[in-house]
Ligand binder design. Structure first.
Ligand code: GDP
Ligand code: MG
Length: 162
């Protein structure tokens, strides 16, 4: 029985880009249009000798209805089935009310959670990650899913939770 790591966060923060980076191939669909991943999709993944199941989700937004709310429910299902969670936020946008609502949902779930501040594409952006200490989810890991920065540290910490 391999551990399950779910990737959650608002639409467009780079969850699918992160999943592809971890898999080393383009399996998850990346789009400029928010909400393209409408479901939860699982992939077999491996990191430094650990096999695990990596689950991409469609993005969680609060106060939404219809299809958007169905996508959010899928993210909640993914969390409930996961052993650990990576919460992805957007370092270029900064903290949003939706981020804080996701944190509330994750706290209620009791699942170990790692906080990944994505789109920190170079070292001049490291300071952007610091504001996310305020979420109370522990150390914010500054990453760039697009360029591969900081992914090793995030995965090392994730494996400790599986
Ligand atoms: P998702 O909706 O959370 O799955 O987000 P996607 O992975 O589909 O990415 C949304 C957009 O953000 C796309 O245009 C990506 O190319 C872009 N993106 C993802 N990761 C990064 C990153 O590390 N840096 C920058 N600058 N853009 C990124
Ligand atoms: Mg996606």
């Amino acid at each position: 029985q391999v551990g399950v790591l779910a990737v959650v966060g608002r639409p467009n923060v780079g969850k699918s880009t992160l999943v592809n980076r971890i898999l080393g191939r383009r399996a998850a669909v990346v789009e400029d249009t928010p909400g393209v991943t409408r479901d939860r999709v699982g992939y077999d993944a491996e990191w430094s000798g650990h096999d695990f199941r990596l689950v991409d989700t469609g993005g969680w937004e609060s106060d939404v209805e219809g299809i958007e709310s169905a996508i959010a429910s899928q993210a909640q299902v993914a969390v409930s089935l996961a052993d650990a969670v990576v919460l992805v936020v957007d370092g270029q946008v900064g903290m949003t009310a939706s981020d804080e609502n996701i944190v509330r949902m994750l706290r209620a779930s009791g699942k170990p959670t790692l906080l990944a501040v994505n789109k920190v594409d170079d070292s001049t952006g490291e300071y952007m990650a610091a504001e996310f200490w305020k979420l109370g989810m522990g150390e914010p890991y500054a990453i760039s899913a697009m360029h591969g920065r900081g992914i090793g540290e995030l995965l090392d910490a994730s494996m400790d939770c599986l």
